[in-house]
Design a protein around this ligand. Sequence first.
Ligand code: ZN
Length: 162
Amino acid sequence: MKAAKEKVVTIDYILRDDEGTVLDSSEINGTLSYIHGTGAIVPGLETRIEGKSAGESFHADLMPEDAYGIYNPELVFDVPKNNFEDAEELEEGMQFQAEIDDELHILTIKDIKDDSVTVDANHPLAGQELHFDISILEVRDASAEEIAHGHVHDENDSHHNH
Ligand code: ZN
């Protein structure tokens, strides 16, 4: 079976940055299962996996625009300190999630000033070329329920009383 729309694809992966530093891997976080064609993984990787079958391995070099996007300086802005509940506990480099225009963003604290905090809403990997080593472990049909929910159902996962 080949990876295509509405197939559940399970992969082993190693993600490295331009310096060769491992940023993430299935060894660290476990194998990844996702529904192909739903944008669950970065677009360049989804394109490269398309049509591949279990047992295939490959290396993919992705430009930022095919990965987490180009770095956008306009997404760096100041937030008044009193918008934060625990302003005293904030530190540079800290990350948190916030909804901006109905989209969930990871914000990184860049600078802490007297009355405001400079945050960066770019994805932490925006602007970076990414290098993946991928092994396709399994390709199967997604169930109707998985397609309806938009995510993979793991037999051992009990969140599915819905
Ligand atoms: Zn579900």
